[in-house]
Write a protein that binds this ligand. Structure first.
Ligand code: HEC
Ligand SMILES: [Cu+2]
Length: 413
């Protein structure tokens, strides 16, 4: 495995000492811009410094040089020292703006991972249901989008070798993306002072060849060599975890596939414009859904009253993420959702039962006891027949961490 080297291997073959290595598509571009800024600064500082020294010495009192033909105004000189720096400044501006836009524009094929910062650990959720603490496994060559939120104070997700850093805020989702270019293990830091153990809040990003990543995923995030590696365990996708929370905390008592007196249907609301009693409207994105769950009184859906219980303080950000994944899985049309028709980030159907229930089903069809009955057409009436042996507690269980890693109960609140 490729460990951190003290030297950066620069794109043009130049090695810049003291910079972290370059392990993402951004790294080379950002370093090049940085290098150019640095070179320009050095060049002009040296030029100005040299000219000052030169004139000081040459024209010092009593020196034997001609002082005739004193120039008071030289338009060409003034134009030159205005226009050249202006152009250089504009070039740097355009270049920086383009890079900035690239860093913020997430490619549509990006694999989404959820990041929750809390004092003092990183908790990560993959949409296929794998969870990790202070470790993130990603495949090489694929864009990865991180959707991040904090459970307590401000943190900052920083991977120097990828040249990415983004604040992780309480109560607001932020995103950042990267595409790793080299297999290896890269340091992950919290870059915002967040209390006593801030300096310990970190971990590793593991970048793997796609086939190794596939293996890692298929083993539910176990390390090769772990005893449990070959024990097949059922894995719930994030939206299936959400479906379970949805039942257990009582959302289903009020929200059915059809609008009813108790509450609006949550089917097909994701991405749609919602209308509120005071006439305002908003697109139901993840921030809106989160707010609707935690602070339902902020925006009351037109036609309803403010009777939804406040879940602020009742649910962790992990649970909210899972609920949002579930609500998202309820589709973007009013068609009842097909079990198993969710796609993972590679565009393949997410399978938790060997693929039996994927694809080709008729709407509402279920093919097994464990194939997403909670997403059927009648989630209020039917008892949850999910095979309880396969399911596990949402809060306590942390997968994909090595035994000694930071997953004690207090940390995992
Ligand atoms: C006591 C009944 C009740 C329960 C329990 C309940 N809700 Fe609601 N919910 C409502 C009502 C009524 C509204 C519409 C009024 C409003 O916006 O507050 C609503 C609105 C919503 C909205 C916004 C929908 C829209 O039209 O844009 C979302 C999302 C939502 N609830 C999710 C949930 C989730 C998730 C749970 C479980 C954690 C839940 N609700 C539990 C009654 C309930
Ligand atoms: Cu922190």
């Amino acid at each position: 495995m490729n460990l951190n080297l003290p030297l950066a291997e620069w794109e043009l073959g130049v090695k810049i000492p003291f910079l972290p290595q370059q392990a993402s598509t951004f790294a080379g571009e950002i370093d090049t811009l940085y290098f150019v800024l640095w070179a320009l600064t050095l060049f002009f500082s040296a030029l100005v410094g040299f000219l000052i020294l030169f004139f000081v010495i040459r024209y010092k009192k009593g020196s034997n040089v001609s002082r005739a033909n004193l120039v008071h105004t030289s338009h060409s000189l003034e134009l030159a020292w205005s226009i050249i720096p202006l152009f250089l400044g504009l070039i740097i501006f355009a270049w920086g703006a383009k890079l900035y836009a690239d860093v913020y524009k997430v490619p549509s094929n990006a694999k989404e991972v959820f990041v929750i910062g809390k004092q003092w650990m990183w908790h990560l959720q993959h949409s296929n249901g794998i969870r990790e603490n202070n470790e993130l496994h990603v495949p090489i060559g694929q864009p990865v989008k991180l959707t991040m939120i904090s459970q307590d104070t401000i943190h900052s997700f920083f991977v120097p070798d990828f040249r990415i850093k983004r604040d992780v805020l309480p109560g607001r989702y932020t995103t950042v993306w990267f595409q790793a270019t080299k297999p290896g293990r890269y340091h992950l830091f919290c870059a915002e002072y967040c209390g006593m153990q801030h300096s310990l809040m970190g971990g590793w990003v593991y970048v793997m060849e796609p086939k190794d990543f596939e293996k890692w995923q298929n083993s539910n995030g176990q390390k090769p060599g772990d005893a449990s590696m070959n024990t097949p365990t059922a894995r719930q996708s994030l939206s299936e975890q959400g479906a379970e929370i949805y039942q257990s905390v009582g959302c289903a008592n009020c929200h059915a596939p059809q609008d009813n007196r108790r509450g609006p249907s949550l089917y097909a609301i994701y991405g749609k414009k919602r209308q509120f009693v005071d006439g305002r409207t908003e697109i139901a994105d993840r921030a809106y859904i989160r707010e609707s769950i935690l602070k339902p009184g902020e925006k009351i859906t037109a036609g309803y009253e403010n009777i939804m219980p406040v879940y602020d303080g009742q649910l962790t950000e992990e649970q909210v993420n899972a609920l949002i994944a579930y609500i998202k899985s309820l589709g973007t049309t009013n068609e009842p959702k097909m079990p198993g028709s969710e796609l993972d980030n590679n565009g393949k159907p997410i399978s938790t039962d060997g693929g039996k229930s994927n694809m080709g089903g008729t709407p509402g069809a279920t093919t097994g006891p464990n194939s997403g009955n909670t997403r059927g057409t009648d989630s209020t009436a039917s008892p949850n027949t999910k095979n309880s042996a396969d399911t596990q507690s949402i809060q306590g269980d942390v997968r994909g961490t090595s035994p000694g890693s930071n997953s004690s109960g207090t940390m995992n609140r």
